[in-house]
Design a protein around this ligand. Sequence first.
Ligand SMILES: Nc1ncnc2c1ncn2[C@@H]1O[C@H](COP(=O)(O)OP(=O)(O)O)[C@@H](O)[C@H]1O
Ligand SMILES: [Mg+2]
Length: 232
Amino acid sequence: MLTVENIHVYYGAIHAIKGISFEVNEGEIVALIGANGAGKSTTLKTISGIMHPRSGKISFLGEDITHTDGYKLPAKGLAQVPEGRRIFLQMTVMENLEMGAYVQKKPPQSDFENVFEHFPRLKERRSQIAGTLSGGEQQMLAMGRALMSRPKLLMLDEPSMGLAPILVEEIFKIIQEFHAAGTTILLVEQNAEMALQIADRAYVLESGAIALSGTGKELAESDEIKKAYLGG
Ligand SMILES: Nc1ncnc2c1ncn2[C@@H]1O[C@H](COP(=O)(O)OP(=O)(O)O)[C@@H](O)[C@H]1O
Ligand SMILES: [Mg+2]
């Protein structure tokens, strides 16, 4: 579904991504894990067209999207929940969801109902100003907004960041629900333990390159990973 081939990405003179290649097959949950600064967000931003690689190739559903502008990608079935949520703080929950559906003229009621099925709390708060939601609710809104574009591939950048453990459990449960409903998932996480539990396959990023890859289970059991990312 998604193929990333030997991409190199720079911030000016800083060589942030140094020849990364990986793929996501339809129906998978794939995790990208790694320490702070490893290049996880840069990789997602490059796939979603916010940045472009200096060399290498990115294909989605057989189409070369290496230089496609980011705003065109949701209509092709590729959606991202960015790091730090980036919801519209002054708008209501409903208005935020409508923004997620901007690829259609007017979203059908069933799209809102679909979001509210996964996130009953958003339904209760649909008229509330997003900036007054709790951190967990804002994460749910960011995920609900992405769902409004009916993505085939949903990319999530550290959805567990800053959330209490019970909310992290809830967010991961909802990611699995999305997956069960037919959405392919590319999950970026510093929380390697949780990510490896739900991932079919995972890649470990270190200093802008892939250091290790394997099934979620293989990596969760690897001594190297345990030492570096799972607290021994
Ligand atoms: N806007 C930026 N300008 C310059 N360097 C950046 C910028 N954003 C990230 N970087 C650098 O790129 C590298 C990868 O960052 P990032 O992709 O955010 O890592 P991660 O998401 O894994 O924490 C880091 O060395 C970081 O300092
Ligand atoms: Mg990041």
